[in-house]
Design a protein around this ligand. Structure first.
Ligand code: SF4
Length: 694
């Protein structure tokens, strides 16, 4: 403590997958009241507007400090004791499961939770609720990249650390508004450019990084696979492939080669709405660079062919030998703070801890032994987040607990989402603010913010970092861990949930991941404090971790090869017609985070960006601020126009952090990628009209 009795608690920002280091300032009364920069090697003292303001949520007047309950949605909430809220929730779980079966109750987690809590979400669903229906909001985030990574490399994480970006000669960023969504990562992007690297940006919008790129390809939304197939076509035609690398390290090359032969630049130009020369320019720049890297994010992943889009980028890196070297490789940028770690340890419907498959008998046996249950008791795979909503609409899932998510703003096709929740007979939500989704629940459990508990997150580099508790929770507030353990105890599974704190959960997680590709065994809280972060796999406590993958030329498939995959481009799921000739695409803005439940309450961020807008090209004749109605097959809403040449004339952009009546996700389509089940947020058919008023 300093002379004023104030202390600085080293921790990390709760927003976004960069996971910048920061200090939280704690006053002599033990309350968080500010933030200080921290010279952590991820961010070197830098923080973005979200990071600077994050601390303001901790003691915000909107914090929930008592459980809320009502037996019907027609009633007002009343504050109740923890016992009453827990007992009512357990009674409803038992009533629904005894009447309709265990799978009639579901659990939806979140990827902003610490990994310890995500581990508990998966275990709580399978062991206490005994349901197959558990999934999480990372299903809306990075699962397409995850699917592609597993298919190609047998491991689900970025191949290189951020610091490799500074070593590269050519950086390709596809579908990522880095400057606004991962602001501090921009230091690496512009650092590389300042050192002489070429910067290629693939994005329908001229974002901040696109403006500074050597090549900006403003392709039509939903055409990424055609573009990357065509880039590879040119690389092959011009003899720029790394044949020795391909021969030694890959499978599937001949099939990929045959497919991309069907994508000459003239075809890409027609599909993507770009000059054919740009395809050639990208191909030459990327393939000729001695070291090149590709990073992508939701822009290419939020599609009904999201997995395939990612695979076309992997094919590009692989065919040019740009894999697994300092300054050469491939990465995906996670959106949520724990977007990476949140999917590794079992809250995803098809996975068990350590990235094990819930359908693999050997994997099931291993986890049942750790959890102390019979294999026959462990449910099999359930469905994905959006599919669970459809099941709620059909009354197949009748009760739900949500933890750390806000689907009323974040899921596509709001009408369907609302109907699903309204059809559910019982819904409980854990949150620290009354989100739009929590406001529709029967029970709301007030839980801790990230500053009131210890835990780990894995950032976009797969580097595990330690968050430290800076203050005690306000009276009446409990940790998500405590609530899950208490519910489990009342459901009769208390002996499997006897965790006193996060450390005890983490130690079980370490054991549950040991021996897998996703190995955390060697990572301890003490080591994280000492090192500032360790990248998994880390199989023993003297192992340094694995910042860069594939350095020995081997992947995590049994044959050690990169499995290249054939991709055929297809049209987006929402067809264009005379009534809906344009593309609507959605995304984030620098001042807000995901559903906005946190950032829409923080004064400086609200002042910076108080409301959403529709970005339209000047050719449509709108003036700035004039009302523009955006119409899709799901509905229509009116936004102020932001008239800009930074967007294609055939495309409209709306940021999605707000609820109805200005919710981008009231307009988006609930079409899913068949493999990753990610919704197609980044393209649906729309038209725009002049409107009377906003
Ligand atoms: Fe937080 Fe991400 Fe901003 Fe860093 S870049 S301060 S992690 S929101």
């Amino acid at each position: 403590a300093d002379q004023n009795g104030e202390t600085l608690v080293p921790t990390h920002c709760c927003f976004c997958g960069v996971q910048c280091g920061m200090y939280l300032r704690v006053d002599r009364g033990g309350k968080v009241f500010g933030v200080e920069p921290r010279n952590h090697d991820i961010n070197r003292m830098r923080l973005c507007p979200k990071g600077i303001n994050a601390y303001q949520q901790v003691n915000h007047p909107d914090r929930l400090t008592a459980p809320l309950m009502r037996r019907s949605r027609d009633e007002e909430f009343r504050e109740v004791s923890w016992d009453e809220a827990l007992d009512y929730t357990v009674a409803e779980i038992k009533r629904i499961q005894q009447t309709y079966g265990n799978d009639a109750f579901g659990l939806l987690g979140g990827a902003s939770l610490f990994s310890e809590k995500t581990y508990l979400v998966g275990k709580f669903a399978r062991v206490a609720l005994k349901t197959r229906h558990v999934d999480y909001n990372g299903r809306l985030c990075m699962v397409s990249a995850a699917g592609a990574n597993k298919l190609a490399f047998g491991i689900d994480r970025a191949g290189n650390p951020f610091s490799d970006i500074l070593l590269t000669d050519c950086l390709l960023i596809a579908g990522s508004n880095v400057g606004e969504c991962f602001p501090v990562m921009t230091q690496y992007v512009w650092g590389a450019r300042d050192r002489g690297a070429s910067l290629i940006v693939i994005d329908p919008r001229e974002t901040a990084i696109a403006r500074t790129a050597d090549i900006h390809v403003a392709l039509k939304p939903g055409t990424d696979a055609a573009f990357f197939n065509s880039v590879l076509h040119v690389i092959i035609e011009e003899g720029l492939t790394d044949e020795a690398y391909i021969a030694a390290h890959t499978t599937g090359w001949e099939e990929v080669k045959a497919k991309v032969a069907e994508y000459p630049p003239s075809r890409a130009a027609e599909i993507c709405g770009i000059p054919a020369e740009q395809v050639v320019q990208v191909a030459r720049t990327f393939a000729r660079a001695p070291k090149a890297m590709a990073w992508h994010a939701r822009g290419i992943e939020h599609h009904s062919q999201g997995v395939e889009n990612c695979l076309t980028v992997i094919n590009l890196c692989t065919a040019t030998g740009h894999i697994g070297k300092p300054g050469s490789g491939y990465g995906t940028i996670t959106g949520q703070g724990n977007g990476q770690g949140g999917r590794e340890h079992g809250q995803k419907s098809d996975l068990l801890p350590g990235g094990r498959s819930i359908m693999n008998d050997e994997h099931r046996r291993q986890i049942c032994e750790i959890w102390g249950i019979e294999e026959s008791e462990l449910p099999r795979a359930g469905t994905s987040m959006m599919e669970m909503i459809w099941q709620m609409q059909r009354r197949e899932i009748r009760g739900l607990i949500g933890i750390c998510n806000n689907p009323f703003v974040s899921l596509p096709n709001y009408k369907v989402v609302k109907e699903g929740y309204d059809t559910a007979e019982f819904h409980a939500q854990f949150d620290f603010f009354l989100s739009e989704t929590a406001a529709n629940a029967h029970v709301v459990f007030p839980v801790t913010t990230w500053a009131e508990d210890d835990g780990v997150m894995a950032n976009a580099e797969a580097r595990v970092v330690k968050h430290n508790k800076a203050q005690d929770p306000p009276p009446g507030v409990r940790t998500d861990t405590w609530v899950m353990c208490e519910l489990a105890r009342r459901l009769g599974a208390g002996d499997k949930f006897a965790f006193a704190d996060s450390r005890e959960v983490f130690d079980e997680l370490r054991i549950a991941s040991a021996g897998t590709v996703n190995d955390y065994y060697g990572i301890t809280y003490e080591r994280l404090e000492e090192t500032g972060g360790i990248a998994w796999p880390c199989p023993s406590t003297d192992h340094p971790g694995t910042p860069r993958l594939f350095e020995d030329g081997r992947t995590y498939h049994p044959d050690g090869k990169i499995h290249m995959q054939v991709v055929e481009w297809h049209l987006p799921m929402d067809p264009y017609d005379d009534d809906h000739p344009m593309s609507l695409t959605t995304g984030r803005t620098v001042a807000h985070f995901l559903s906005g439940n946190q950032t829409r309450r923080l004064g400086a961020l609200v002042e910076q960006t108080p409301r959403p807008w529709a970005e339209v090209h000047p050719s449509h004749g709108f003036r700035n601020g004039e009302p523009v109605r955006v119409v899709t097959r799901r509905g229509s809403e009116v936004f102020p126009a932001l008239v800009t040449e930074a967007i294609r004339p055939d495309t409209v952009f709306i940021p999605y952090h707000w609820p109805v009546p200005t919710a981008a996700n009231a307009l988006t389509i609930d079409a899913l990628d068949p493999r990753s089940k990610i919704p197609e947020y980044k393209v649906c058919a729309c038209r725009i009209e002049h409107a009377e008023k906003i």
